[in-house]
Design a protein around this ligand. Structure first.
Ligand code: NAP
Length: 321
């Protein structure tokens, strides 16, 4: 089969397509014919060696959708021909989803609803599961609460806007002006340009004085901002930053409001099937659509990984082997 591989960590051009042997599923694993593999920032961190050591040679790709070709020993709930999607493969292993076939443990995959699109589902995993974990599990988001999603046009952001709207929270999000209409269509009550000078005032005005839950993917930019716009008792969930030195200029503001900060990794999800089933249900009921901005073939994996870090797109990039 054809698979993208890297033999050393480095820039995107270490990624090349090679002919390798098709894997066989181990106990409690599925072999999938890959339909789509979401492209995520974390794929680039595994590639450049900045996240966690991986066994080399390595095939990137954490997200997958596809059709079951073969089941490993002990598998009872899946059979050949099932359409599935999942996430969390290739995490520290040697074989991810940027390939014609991939294996995935059954505890990281769920069935795809009949009407759901394989391309969309292949792009869903990391983005939608992270948004679910942040807002549902960590922020305990409640109906009618104000929820601020920084960067609503991104992979995680656009899923978070829809998940927050699905629980009837009042969604405030930030994005470049070209994406405002689309975010309103996905359920945001207020969409603000993240570049405006009076952003904090605008968030406070839109939230009647303070937001209850915040999803922050740029903690170095917004750690203090989050405290400044928080309501008393607000929950802030941090998923990322651009430079590793976020800090408060006035942490007393956070203390004075009893703000709770949680810093999370999707890879710590105790049972990935729980949020994956939730995501599948929201897709089935049209409460969540994963926007696929662009699709790439395996030969263009390096371009896809460059683009996910450098280009502005609405939603997700995917590979289609
Ligand atoms: N902890 C976890 O488990 C976890 C899981 C998933 C992702 N992450 C991290 O979360 C981050 C986002 O991931 P992603 O997949 O959603 O990436 P993405 O699709 O590239 O989205 C990033 C978004 O940030 C927006 N943005 C740029 N400048 C901004 C600013 N000044 N203020 C607010 N938003 C701004 C971008 O908008 P423009 O297009 O307008 O530039 C884009 O919509 C990455 O750092 C990723 O590593 C962490």
């Amino acid at each position: 089969m054809r698979a993208v591989r890297l033999h050393e960590h480095g820039a995107a051009d270490v990624l090349n397509v090679e002919e390798i042997e098709r894997p066989t599923p181990g106990p409690d694993e599925l072999l999938l014919e890959v339909a789509a593999a979401g492209v995520n920032p974390v794929d680039t961190y595994f590639r450049d060696g900045s996240y966690e050591p991986v066994g080399l040679p390595f095939t990137p790709g954490v997200d997958v959708s596809g059709t079951v070709v073969e089941t490993g020993e002990g598998v009872e709930t899946f059979e050949a021909g099932d359409r599935v999607f999942g996430t969390g493969i290739g995490n520290g292993g040697a074989q991810g989803s940027y390939a014609e076939y991939a294996t995935i443990p059954t505890d990281r995959v769920v069935h795809l609803p009949d009407d759901a699109d394989l391309l969309e589902a292949g792009a869903a995993g990391v983005a939608a599961v992270t948004a679910w974990r942040a807002l549902i599990d960590h922020a305990d988001l409640e109906p009618a609460e104000y929820c601020l999603v920084h960067g609503g046009s991104g992979g995680v952001g656009h899923a978070a806007v829809q998940i927050a709207a699905a629980v009837s929270a009042r969604v405030i999000t930030t994005a470049a002006p070209e994406y405002h209409d689309r975010l309103e269509a996905l359920g945001a009550e207020t969409v603000l340009d993240y570049d405006r000078d009076d952003l904090a005032d605008a968030v406070l005005e839109a939230s009647d004085g303070g937001v209850d839950a915040i999803l922050d993917h740029r903690l170095d930019d917004y750690l203090q901002f989050d405290a400044d716009v928080a309501a008393t008792g607000a929950r802030v969930v941090g998923i990322g930053e651009n430079s590793p030195d976020p800090g408060f200029s006035n942490d007393g503001v956070a203390r004075s409001k009893d703000v709770t900060y949680t810093f999370m990794s999707m890879f710590n999800t105790p049972d990935l099937r729980v949020p994956l089933r939730g995501v599948a249900y929201l897709m089935e009921t049209d409460a969540l659509s994963i926007e696929v901005a662009r699709s790439y073939d395996l030969e263009s994996a390096a371009d896809a990984q460059r683009d996910v870090m450098a280009e502005s797109v609405f939603g997700k990039l995917v590979l289609e082997p």
